[in-house]
Design a protein around this ligand. Structure first.
Ligand SMILES: [Zn+2]
Length: 340
C-alpha cells in the first residue's frame, strides 16, 4: 500500500504515536459513493493494525469483526457513518482487536458489544468458543480488556443478557484494576515479594545485576524493560528448576523440561511428558507462593486432575501453608499482571 496515494482531503494522519491514517481503497474494492477510504490503519504499542471498512445498509450501528484465522479486522458501518466516527469506534476497540488477532485456538472473537452501566460504556469482546461449557466473563487485570466467552450453542440473546446482568461486576473489576508499572528507570517492582527499584546505568558495562537492593541495568534506555525481563526470568528459572527437581525426586518422578512463559491466565501447567511450564509473573510473587505453584505442577506428574488425591499430594509437596498460598494468589494474583 502506497502512502503517496493518501487523499489529502481525508482529515486523518499517520504517525507512530497512535494517530490514524486513511488509505484509499485498492482497485478491486469499489469505494462507496462519497466516502473514499475503505481501509483504516491504527497504531497501538508499536503494532500496526489494518482495518477493512465495509458499508451495509442493513445495520444501524457499526460493528467490528475479527477473524483470527484470516488475521483480518473488518468494520461494518452504516452507509453514511462519517470516517471520523468510524475511527473513534475503531480506536476504542483496538486493544481487544489486537488481542483477538493473537487469538486463542478454539475460540473466535466475532464482534465487540457495548453495554451501558451507570453512565459508563463497557466494551466487551464477544467470543464464541467450541470448548466452553458455560458462558463466562473475563477481565484482563493488566490490559483491562473484557471478554464474554460464549459456548457455540448458546443464543446471542442469552449471552448478552448474562453480560448485562453482570455489568456491575465488570465495572467493579475495571475500577479495582491497578495502574500498569512499566519496567523503566525509577520504577519499583517486587522480586519474590520484595520491592526493588530499577536503576538505569547507561554508562555501565554488563546487562542487569543486583546491587544494594536495586536492579541495575546497563545499556540504552529502550532496552531497559527487556533486560529487566530477562534478568527476572533468569532469577525465576534459578529458583524454580532446583525446586521442581527436588520435589519430583521426593515422589520418584523426573521433570523433563521447565519452561517459562508470560501467561495471563495460569500460573503453571504440566504435560504428561513431564514438561512443566510456569508463568514469568511468579518472579514477582513471594517465595512461599512460588514453592506452592511448583508443588502443584509436580503433583500433576502423578495425578492429571484436581481430585482429592491430587490435593493431598500437592499439600505434601508444598513446604509452606498451601491454603494460605492459594488464598494469596486469588487475592493478589491479578496485581502481578501490572508490571511490564
Ligand atoms: Zn492444576
Amino acid at each position: 500500500m502506497s502512502r503517496s496515494r493518501v487523499d489529502p482531503a481525508v482529515p486523518l494522519q499517520a504517525d507512530l504515536f497512535g494517530n490514524a491514517v486513511a488509505v484509499p481503497s485498492p482497485p478491486t474494492v469499489a469505494p462507496p459513493p462519497g466516502d473514499v477510504p475503505t481501509h483504516l490503519v491504527l497504531f497501538e504499542a508499536g503494532q500496526r493494525l489494518e482495518l477493512l471498512i465495509e458499508r451495509s445498509a442493513r445495520i444501524k450501528r457499526s460493528v467490528m469483526r475479527v477473524d483470527a484465522k484470516a488475521r483480518t479486522v473488518v468494520i461494518v458501518a452504516p452507509p453514511r457513518e462519517p470516517m471520523a466516527s468510524i475511527e473513534r469506534f475503531a480506536r476504542a476497540r483496538i486493544g481487544w482487536a489486537l488481542a483477538a488477532l493473537q487469538g486463542l485456538a478454539g475460540s473466535r472473537v466475532t464482534d465487540a458489544v457495548d453495554i451501558e452501566h451507570a453512565g459508563q460504556t463497557l466494551t466487551i469482546a464477544y467470543e464464541l468458543s467450541a470448548r466452553a461449557r458455560r458462558v463466562a466473563l473475563r477481565v484482563d487485570a493488566r490490559t483491562g480488556h473484557v471478554k464474554l466467552v460464549v459456548p457455540s450453542r448458546m443464543s446471542r440473546q442469552r449471552a448478552l443478557e448474562f453480560a448485562r446482568q453482570n455489568a456491575g461486576w465488570i465495572a467493579a473489576r475495571l475500577k479495582r484494576r491497578l495502574a500498569p508499572v512499566p519496567l523503566v528507570d525509577g520504577a519499583t517492582i517486587p522480586v519474590f515479594g520484595q520491592p526493588h527499584r530499577i536503576r538505569h546505568r547507561p554508562d555501565a558495562r554488563g546487562s542487569a545485576w543486583l546491587q544494594d537492593g536495586e536492579i541495575h541495568v546497563a545499556g540504552a534506555a529502550p532496552h531497559v524493560a527487556r533486560r529487566v525481563g530477562d534478568w527476572l526470568s533468569a532469577q525465576l528459572r534459578a529458583r524454580i528448576v532446583p525446586l521442581a527437581r527436588e520435589k519430583a525426586a521426593r515422589i520418584d518422578r523426573r521433570v523433563a523440561i521447565v519452561s517459562l512463559r508470560d501467561t495471563a491466565t495460569q500460573w503453571g501447567s504440566c504435560a504428561q511428558s513431564g514438561r512443566l511450564c510456569f508463568s514469568l509473573r511468579l518472579a514477582f510473587a513471594p517465595p512461599a507462593v512460588v514453592d506452592y505453584v511448583v508443588a502443584h505442577e509436580v503433583a500433576h506428574l502423578v495425578h492429571h486432575n484436581h481430585g482429592v488425591r491430587f490435593w493431598a499430594l500437592a499439600r505434601k509437596l508444598t513446604d509452606g501453608d498451601m491454603a494460605a498460598c492459594k488464598a494469596w494468589l486469588r487475592r493478589h494474583g491479578p496485581s502481578l499482571m501490572r508490571y511490564g
